[in-house]
Each structure stands twice: as C-alpha cells, then as structure tokens.
Design a protein around this ligand. Structure first.
Ligand code: MG
Length: 368
C-alpha cells in the first residue's frame, strides 16, 4: 500500500487541469462525456527527479462522488499540503485524487531506480504480460446504424470483446439484440452503470452475454446478489468495489463473480493490484476498466492489466480510439490487436510539454 504518509522528499507539486476533446462522445447510463476534463499531478523532488499521476474523476460526479473541479481543489487545499506536512495519513476518501498523488510519487521513485511500474507490481503479484488483450466499449446511441458501424469497426480491428453501455431504455436493449444477431459468435458484455432492473436484465440474459456489469447501484450489494442468482450470465462489479474489504463483502454474499479493477477508483496501482489478486484467488474473472484516460492514466492502468490476476480483456483502448493527439506518446494496438505495456521506467510515459500547454485551462504550482 502506498499511504500518503510514505510520500517524502517532495519539494513542489504542480496541478494541471486539462481539457482534451474526445473524438467521439461516450454516452453511458450516467451521462455523456464530450471533452475529457481531468487533473494531472506532477511531483518534483530535491534531486531533480519528477513523476506524473492522473486523477480520473469525471467532470460531474456521476460515476462516483468525485469530480474534476472538486478533485483539483482537494489536491490543492488538502492532499498536497498534508503531504508537505507529513500528515497525509489523517485524510480519508477521495481515492481518485489520492491515486494521482501516489502514482506521481511511484513514478518518480521508480524512475529514480530505473524500474518500470509493471515490474514493480509484478515483483509482488506475479510475472506481468508484455501486452494485453483489449475489449472495446461502445457508447449508447439512439441511432442503431451508428452502433452497428462502431461495433463493425471494433470487430475489424480484432477486439477480444465488445462491451455496450446500456440503460433500461428499449433502444439500448434493442441495440444489444441487433449486435448479437449481426455477430452471433461475438463476445458481448453490457455495462448498466447501476441502472438496470429485473425486466431489462431478463431480456439481456437471453442474448448470451459474457457478463452484465454493475446492474445495481454501487452500494446495493444485496440487490446485485439477487440479480446474480437469477441470471445465467455472470455479474461484474465496478462502482461497488472500493477496497479489498468491499470486495470480500460482495463475494461473501454472491453479489458478483467478475471484478472490474480501476487504479483510480481504488486509490492507486498498489490497491488495484491487491484487489485483482484477492479476486482472482477467489476464482473471479478480473479485468482493468477504463476511465477515458490520457496516456498517463492509460499507462498506469496497463501496468495493472498486465498482471497475471487480470484474466479477462481490459477496457483500456489505444490512444487513437479516444483523442486525435494524446498528451504522451500514443499507446497503440500492435499488429495482433494487443495493447503493449510501455517500456520506459516508472509509468513509462510523460506528457509532451507543448501539448500539455495547449490543453491546460488551470494550473497551480505548490511549493514546500
Ligand atoms: Mg463500468
């Protein structure tokens, strides 16, 4: 675990709020993202080393309670001052803001040692893969032709799984049915982001899905367990899993059997790797979910996705799926449709300063 109390030697912290236009809007049951509005953290140390981390909170508190402007304020007013004062251990909550800070610290520390994040995690959790299979997440869209065109593109690029964002609305359910009848053997999953009901689930269950993700609201574990009992396909949990403790509770009542692991939601790469390991040891399917990351967040999450516990395709996609120009060197699929883990030390990538300047809308430099 990386406790904030462990972060030592920081002499400055730079917070950048950036807004990257997305190539395609992502519509899920909880809203639509047109521009990726997020906070980046750079920590600088006396010896000249520095590291970067990304806070994946969305612009509005629709996925979890954290949101971009709030995370910026939390980092500026509470987390960074607490780290400077050596009092970070007193603070609770705000896992996405916390994850940005601990990732920046890990990045700097590992760069100083010349070690990759993926190898550091692998030393505790087993030998990592060099590249990982990917799923493609397909946005909700009332225009069925656009949904089918998007899926066709992903099928052509060799995706291992198509995951469709859904709500209980008839158009969403019809879209899943249409995808199944167009590609009868395609691996298809759905993500309800906490909005599904028994009626929509019964219909979806007839389609032959790899899993239904987060059918019930995050804290409705008993409801999720009831759904899991009635469904023939597995229930995956995303928003519900905030720690090893919530994972153990969810598993003990049968609330799900596949776990979506996100370093941002869980407070950092160490926590995510631990949740992945405990889940896999319990016999669960495990994959790393995506948060429309920039290259910084994508590289960080890929280091977790490469661990042996992550036994299902990751939702992390290539840079070019989301943005015209990434903040870092782009991370792209190889010739076999797999996503390689960056080779450099630390998280393996850093922002290009000119690109960062182009998209930064607010910046603050805090010094010790
Ligand atoms: Mg999800």
């Amino acid at each position: 675990m990386t406790d904030l109390d462990e972060i030592a030697g920081v002499i400055e912290a730079e917070l950048c709020r950036v807004q990257l236009p997305l190539l395609h809007p992502l519509r899920s049951a909880h809203g639509v993202e047109l521009v990726r509005d997020l906070v980046l953290v750079r920590l600088g140390f006396a010896d000249g080393t520095e590291g970067w981390g990304e806070c994946s909170a969305l612009a509005r508190p629709t996925y979890t309670s954290e949101y971009t402007a709030g995370a910026f304020a939390m980092l500026r007013d509470q987390l960074v001052p607490a780290v400077f004062a050596g009092e970070g251990g007193e603070l609770v909550g705000h896992p996405m803001a916390r994850s940005a800070l601990v990732t920046a610290y890990l990045d700097a520390t590992l760069r100083g040692r010349g070690q990759r994040l993926v190898d550091h995690l692998g030393s505790m959790h087993g030998r990592p893969a060099v590249r990982v299979p990917v799923a493609a997440v397909v946005s909700r869209n009332a225009d069925l032709d656009l949904v089918l065109a998007a899926v066709a593109g992903h099928v052509d690029s060799g995706t291992a799984l198509v995951k469709m964002k859904v709500s209980p609305l008839p158009a969403d359910l019809e879209a899943v049915r249409a995808v199944r009848s167009t590609w009868p053997s395609l691996a298809v999953a759905v993500d309800g982001n906490g909005t599904l009901d028994q009626r929509s689930l019964s219909m979806l269950d007839e389609i032959g899905l790899v899993y239904v993700e987060q059918p019930a609201p995050a804290d409705a574990l008993l409801e999720s367990a009831k759904f899991a009992k009635r469904l023939s396909c597995p229930v995956a949990l995303d928003e519900s899993i905030t720690s090893v403790a919530t994972l153990e509770l969810a598993l003990s009542i049968g609330a799900g059997s596949i776990i979506n692991v996100k370093p941002a939601r869980l407070g950092g790469p160490h926590e995510a790797a631990e949740v992945a390991r405990v889940a896999a040891d319990a016999g669960c399917g495990v994959f790393v979910g995506g948060m429309l990351e920039t290259g910084l967040g994508r590289a960080t999450a890929l280091a977790v996705a490469a661990l042996p516990s992550c036994n299902l395709p990751t939702d992390l996609g290539p840079s070019s799926r989301y943005v015209a120009v990434d903040l870092t060197d782009p991370i792209e699929l190889d010739g076999e449709g797999l996503l390689p883990v960056p080779l450099g030390p630390g998280i393996g990538v850093a922002p290009h300063q000119d690109r960062l300047a182009d998209v930064t809308i607010e910046r603050v430099l805090l010094t010790r």
